[in-house]
Design a protein around this ligand. Structure first.
Ligand SMILES: C[S@@+](CC[C@H](N)C(=O)[O-])C[C@H]1O[C@@H](n2cnc3c(N)ncnc32)[C@H](O)[C@@H]1O
Length: 275
């Protein structure tokens, strides 16, 4: 399964494309800010504000060491390091994402706090009890062996550590329309209902401290994106997730609102504690 997921996110010359986009947007690489990258580095529904509010609910502080599991190009890692001052390690299957994460983080000057590694969540290259928190944002949806992932999260978390989840889960409606950001074909989409995921986590020794169904906010967010695209039809943007997903990116604006509306998918956020 993992090679298929890796292929799904493979992107040639990604860092070059992002640097070119930044230059076209008038951004200077030497005075780059975290927010300048938001159009391209937030690979999840509801963007950076949702991440910050979730991290606040998990009480993340500068004393914490956090694993950003499935970090993409490091958007949330930089946000965490920049906003909360915590130490972050990002890990992702995709070498081109990790290369981009490292270069962008260096340009922003956050490399003292945030570092990155290529690797799999199913075989984390970290000692037991290494982290105070694991952020997992729109990643479990790509992982078939959810029990294996949860076991790894539990292993690397300290006792009392938090598993901070922001995930798309399966609703009761028809099969989701594709493509979606995490899958162009059914081969890389492994959505389960929240209840199934929560039962696995409870079985692995986690207890739920906070849960919110954010499906309505997810639908509203995608409807806003769709409306903005229709209003600005024909306009091209130098920076955006099209640099990663190519032509499919414009199709997400159709499939994602439809999937939320049809109850094919749900959006959840949760904080669970390792007992
Ligand atoms: C939808 S993106 C979300 C990226 C990031 N969390 C964000 O919100 O911006 C999913 C990411 O999970 C990564 N991923 C999927 N399965 C993984 C695994 N088994 N181990 C490590 N990373 C994985 C993918 O490579 C991809 O970067």
């Amino acid at each position: 399964m993992e090679p298929l997921v890796k292929d799904h996110y493979a992107s040639n010359d990604l860092i070059l494309k992002i640097k070119t986009g930044l230059a076209k947007a008038g951004k200077d690489m030497d005075s780059l800010k975290v927010k300048d990258l938001a159009p391209v580095d937030q690979l999840h529904t509801c963007g950076a504000p949702a991440t910050v509010s979730l991290l606040e609910k998990a009480n993340v502080t500068e004393n914490h060491r956090i694993l950003d599991a499935g970090c993409g190009i490091g958007g949330s890692s930089r946000l965490m390091a920049g906003t909360f001052g915590c130490q972050v390690t990002g890990i992702d299957l995709s070498p081109s994402f990790i290369e981009a994460a490292e270069i962008l983080t260096r340009h922003i000057g956050l490399d003292r706090l945030a570092s990155f590694r290529t690797g799999s969540i199913l075989d984390l290259p970290f000692e037991n009890d290494s982290f105070d928190g694991v952020l997992c944002q729109h990643v479990i949806l790509n992982i078939k062996d959810k029990a294996g992932a949860i076991q790894e999260f539990s292993r690397v978390l300290k006792p009392g550590g938090k598993l901070i989840l922001h995930e798309v889960t399966r609703g009761q409606g028809p099969s989701p329309a594709l493509p979606v950001p995490w899958a162009a074909t059914p081969d890389t989409s492994f959505l389960e209902p929240w209840e199934t995921c929560e039962a696995l986590m409870k079985g692995a020794g986690f207890s739920t401290e906070y849960f919110r169904d954010d499906t309505r906010a997810g639908l509203a967010w995608w409807e806003k994106i769709k409306a903005a695209a229709e209003k600005n039809r024909g306009k091209t943007y130098p920076l955006g997730v099209h640099l990663i997903f190519g032509k499919n990116a414009s199709l997400f604006r159709e499939t994602m609102p439809r999937n939320f509306r049809n109850n094919s998918i749900c959006l959840v956020e949760a904080v669970l504690k390792k007992l």
